[in-house]
Design a binder for this molecule. Structure first.
Ligand SMILES: Nc1ncnc2c1ncn2[C@@H]1O[C@H](COP(=O)(O)OP(=O)(O)O)[C@@H](O)[C@H]1O
Ligand SMILES: [Mg+2]
Length: 315
């Protein structure tokens, strides 16, 4: 696997007239990564994909896409190495699956079209539907044809813009499986989504975007960065003097009683604080029902970032 980054983006900005689609985006995507680009509607996800995909020109900033600087002169070279699957697959519904792929292979002047089409159809498990008119396919299957179309040029970087938007859970799951397959083959995937669970499940790293880049990291890192860790202790009866039990414990920064009667301890290191808390509870003769580490989903991180966003709050 090459160590040249799949994408290097620096200060990338796009204005449409007076409107800012996205501003000052800087990030790097490693080869073979599934990189999630997460944000609400209007966050600038599609504009970023179209810019990196050479479909529109940036207003400011720079990028290197699949090893080539993003310049008008490199447009053709970049488009040879990447693919963009837009939100709606843009198929000719009267044509069959195979005819659509033949058309697009011809449009891009790809050599060895027949082999490419066969491989792309196999990759999306649609070989047996090659002769069906696209009109007769469900939305989920059309999305898979769109993915086959995007695979025709064997891209090293594949941009998928909300690939599961509007799909039912079964069809969405199939697209997830296909993405996992592609990743297994070393294709770098830039996935935009507003579905948090999707980002959390599929992505090595996630950028949270809302016109500007809010944060970036592995899903578990983002959770840790934004939330203090905590331990939740449940006892059969309220503690007589909880401050004496928890107040003096090493590694417990503070404690509070939550609405459900559980003691929530803010800790820096749950692995050392949990055994100490158990010892203190036992010493205090407390009947412990449970002690657990609190879990936060990426959704908590996301909502917190969006919450603290003046633009979104104002909207
Ligand atoms: N071609 C365009 N002309 C003018 N404004 C646009 C155009 N494309 C997108 N925008 C604006 O840019 C902002 C970001 O849009 P978009 O990139 O589509 O966001 P997302 O994909 O995250 O929903 C929105 O305010 C949108 O209205
Ligand atoms: Mg979009």
């Amino acid at each position: 696997m090459s160590s040249t980054p799949a994408l290097v983006v620096e200060g990338l900005t796009k204005h449409f007239g007076g409107r800012t689609a996205f501003s000052e985006a800087s990030f790097t995507v490693e080869p073979g990564e599934v990189f999630g680009f997460l944000g609400p509607n209007g966050a600038g996800k599609t504009s970023t994909v179209r810019t990196l995909g050479t479909l529109i020109a940036p207003t400011a900033g720079s990028a290197v896409v699949a090893g080539l600087p993003l310049t008008p002169a490199n447009g053709v070279g970049i488009r040879r190495r990447i693919s963009v699957m837009p939100e709606s697959p843009g198929l000719y519904l009267r044509l069959t699956v195979a005819e659509n792929l033949e058309f697009f292979a011809g449009l891009h002047e790809l050599p060895g079209a027949r082999d490419r089409i066969e491989r792309a159809l196999r990759a999306v498990n649609l070989s047996d539907r090659a002769g069906d008119p696209c009109r007769a396919l469900s939305k989920g299957l059309r999305q898979r044809v769109g993915l086959a179309r995007a695979l025709l040029n064997d891209p090293t970087v594949l941009f998928l813009d909300e690939p599961t938007s509007g799909l039912d859970p079964v069809a969405a799951r199939e697209v997830h499986d296909l993405i996992a397959d592609l990743r297994g083959r070393g294709v770098t995937i830039f996935l935009t989504t507003h579905r948090l669970a999707e980002a959390e499940r599929l992505c090595d790293r996630v950028a949270i975007m809302n016109t500007t880049l809010r944060t970036i990291g592995r899903p578990d890192e983002l959770r840790e960065r934004l939330f203090r860790k905590s331990l939740e202790v449940r006892t059969r009866a309220p503690l007589a003097d909880p401050d004496r039990v928890f107040g003096a414990l090493d590694g417990v920064e503070s404690w509070q009683l939550d609405g459900s009667g559980a003691y929530v301890l803010a800790v820096s290191d749950p692995d050392s604080a949990a055994p100490a808390a158990v010892r203190a509870l036992v010493a205090a003769d407390a009947d412990v029902l449970s002690l657990s580490q609190s879990q936060h989903s990426l959704e908590d991180v996301y909502l917190r970032l969006i919450e603290s966003d003046p633009e979104v709050s104002a909207a």
